[in-house]
Design a binder for this molecule. Structure first.
Ligand SMILES: [Zn+2]
Length: 87
């Protein structure tokens, strides 16, 4: 974000603030923040979720395979946890 600000200043021949002051102004004078996702999503899931209905049709097969693989990996992890407790 600061790099964009610097580029904008250079483009409009404006004097730039130092990064520290820029951050201070950004954090205290604007009601803005960066969205922190509650859970990380991979590229495949994100592409599917933001796709429109038409695009989803083309992504569906790959997404279904991805979810099946994810579920299988989760099952394997859980069974490994159970096995490790037995040892
Ligand atoms: Zn995913």
């Amino acid at each position: 974000m600061y790099k964009l600000y610097l580029a904008d200043c250079a483009e409009h021949t404006k004097i730039c603030l130092r990064e520290r002051f820029y951050r201070h102004i950004f954090n205290t004078h604007f009601n803005l923040s960066f969205h922190t996702p509650k859970k990380d999503h991979c590229v495949t899931c994100t592409a599917y979720e933001i796709a429109n209905a038409e695009t989803r049709v083309t992504l569906q097969e790959n997404y279904d395979r991805h979810i099946a693989f994810k579920n299988r990996a989760r099952q394997e992890k859980n069974s490994d946890k159970i096995e490790s407790v037995k040892l």
